[in-house]
Design a protein around this ligand. Structure first.
Ligand code: F6R
Length: 600
């Protein structure tokens, strides 16, 4: 979603900002812009479309050592050049970039700015016009900034330039993430540390209700009441080479291929010197103390949660519910006496989850976040964190984070079972190693999966995924993957549910991808396949070796039956990838989607 960068120092600001915005491209956006402050002017460059277009639009003759930049994912107003950020106040004195949504922008316009001629359709422009209005009243930029942010309702991360003041970037946030990066004779601002790893790995977290003044050699953090705050920087532990594509044509393919290594990394991180599970004692205790787990997640992470429920109930005998975060926020079910909330989020920044977490914290219930980004908002605001160790995931379509989520969930389930004294004939670390090998073998069979994608999905309008039990949940994920990157209308169904309505949609040639990985339902899912084939469907059965039957389209090496989702989903990821590729879709940056969904 929207991204912010800012630079103040001695070097060419525009180059650092543009490179920073390129690093944020993976988050999804529809327009972009930069503003650079030189002696005479604050110059604005904005475009609809890609950063490459912005690069061409930026005047290479402009020299400036201070600036801000933005990638926009439209919420208020069309994705066009006028609505792109940065926005300027009427006189051009203040220039601003903003992530988030100002919920009361219309009220603010009516109350304070009825005489102002607005240029854009955005909620954001209100903020910069308020700055100008309050500066006129007070003759004090900091005071104007403070007054402005006190009036804003909703979520925001802001960086503002004042052309008339000394070189300073004014920064504040509420709910949306924002960091200040520290350097020698320069400082930077970024909504995601990845944007500025090119110049520093030292970052200071900003909190809600703070006002921050960034100059090239100082960062001053104040609470809204003026009280000064000191905060130590942290080191961003991301290897810059992890965020390069290398020889891969797409991040998605690279990330699919990385899954065997992610499995090995998880084993390494969650194993002690005696080859036993290593888990934070507090997490273990929280699991032991709860009478029910409430998993809260969205999209792909929700699908991992559905599998997690099976693990927690079947292995650890912990009653578990899985909820879509955006539904839970507005419709909280009756809670058990001792609930434990588990937030599953690759990014750790998803706004729908955060609004549930705020409520959970208010109610005083314990919260555990499972995330790929340990310093993220959800991780910071929860009592406990479990790290997914998947490495940066750049493609919008989540792949390796999903399998990492399931791997960490199974470790958590087994650890809980052992802590309860349950006898288990199941070593998750050994089983995950087998999964890693199966994934590797699978990734070596790309040609076969590419052919399947061509045969079944090259020209189709729609596609169904069916399965029973765990396979049903994997089918939901397969359908999400396919629709988001290839734009094929795809749906996942429980095999037995088809004849209750959906089978009406089956016609000559309709692709139906069936997962048959669970022995106890193998014959029922195969009967469901016969039912659709009898009505003209083009069925593609995927099975593990020990359940293979002649005619199956693809088979993968055996893994523990509970862990088949971690292997079978890789086939669906690759089929989706090739389907999108052969339909000429932008695999890594599908239309309308954002990597990190920071608005509700
Ligand atoms: C789909 C996908 C999304 C995310 C969802 C939640 O490929 O990536 O469905 O899973 O937006 O995001 P996180 O896990 O970051 O909370």
């Amino acid at each position: 979603m929207c991204g912010i960068v800012g630079y103040i120092g001695n070097d060419d600001a525009k180059e650092i900002l543009l490179t920073g915005l390129e690093k944020l491209e993976y988050r999804g956006y529809d327009s972009a812009g930069v503003a650079v402050r030189s002696k005479d002017n604050t110059d604005l460059f904005k475009v609809k479309g890609r950063i490459a277009t912005l690069r061409e639009a930026v005047d290479s003759n402009v020299t400036a050592t201070t600036g801000i930049g933005h990638t926009r994912w439209a919420t208020h107003g069309q994705p066009n050049q006028t609505n792109a950020h940065p926005h300027q106040s009427t006189t051009g004195r203040f220039t601003l970039v903003h992530n988030g949504v100002v919920e009361n922008f219309q009220e603010l316009k009516d109350e304070y700015l009825s005489d102002v001629n607005f240029v854009s359709e955005t909620d954001t422009e209100v903020i910069v016009q308020l700055m100008e209005r309050f500066e006129k009243d007070t003759n004090d930029t900091l005071e104007a900034f403070r007054r402005t942010i006190e009036l804003l309702h909703g979520s925001y991360a802001l960086a503002v330039l004042d052309h008339d003041a000394e070189d300073t970037v004014y920064v504040a946030k509420n709910k949306s993430p924002l960091l200040v990066g520290l350097g020698d004779n320069f400082n930077v601002v970024a909504s995601d540390s990845m944007a500025m790893l090119q110049v520093t790995d030292q970052f200071v977290e900003l909190m809600d209700e703070e006002v921050v003044l960034v100059t090239k050699d100082h960062v001053k953090i104040q609470k809204l009441n003026g009280e000064e705050v000191t905060r130590e920087p942290f080191t961003a532990e991301i290897d810059a080479s992890d965020i390069e594509k290398g020889t891969y044509p797409h991040f998605m393919l690279k990330e699919i291929d990385e899954q065997p290594f992610v499995m090995r990394k998880i084993i390494q991180e969650y194993q002690d010197e005696n080859d036993q599970i290593k888990l934070d004692q507090d997490v273990r205790q929280a699991m032991a103390d709860c009478d029910r787990v409430y998993i809260i997640a969205a999209g792909t992470s929700y699908h991992a949660g559905l599998i997690g429920k099976e693990f927690l109930e079947k292995i650890a005998q912990v009653p578990t519910e899985v909820h879509i975060a955006s539904e839970f926020s507005y419709n909280m079910p009756l809670l058990s006496e001792k609930p434990l909330f588990v937030f599953i989020s690759q990014s750790g920044e998803t706004a729908d989850l955060r609004s549930v977490l705020v409520e959970v914290n208010r109610l005083g219930h314990p919260a555990l976040t499972m995330t790929n980004v340990p310093g993220s908002t959800l991780s910071r605001e929860s009592n406990y964190t479990l790290h997914l160790h998947a490495g940066p995931e750049i493609a919008v379509a989540s792949t390796k984070a999903y399998t990492a989520q399931m791997a960490v969930l199974v470790i958590l389930a087994v650890d809980t079972a052992r802590a309860k004294g349950l006898t288990l004939d199941f070593d998750p670390l050994k089983e995950l190693a087998i999964v890693g090998n199966a994934m590797e073998a699978l990734c070596d069979q790309k040609d076969q999966l590419e052919k399947i994608a061509q045969e079944y999905l090259q020209t189709t309008r729609n596609c169904f995924f069916i399965g029973r039990g765990l396979d049903y949940f994997v089918g939901l994920e397969g359908a999400l993957k396919l629709k988001e990157i290839s734009y094929i209308q795809a749906e996942g169904f429980a095999g037995g549910e088809l004849k209750h309505g959906t089978i009406a949609l089956i016609e000559e040639g309709t692709p139906v991808i069936a997962l048959a990985t669970q022995e106890h339902v193998s014959s029922s899912i195969r009967s469901n396949v016969s039912e659709v084939v009898a009505r003209g469907a083009n069925a593609c059965i995927i099975s593990p070796e020990d359940l293979y039957k002649e005619g199956d389209a693809f088979t993968f090496s055996d893994v523990h039956p509970l862990l088949t989702p971690l292997a079978s989903v890789v086939t669906l990821q690759l089929i989706s990838y090739y389907a999108a590729l052969h339909r000429d879709c932008d695999v890594d940056k599908p239309r309308n989607l954002a990597k990190s969904v920071t608005v509700e």
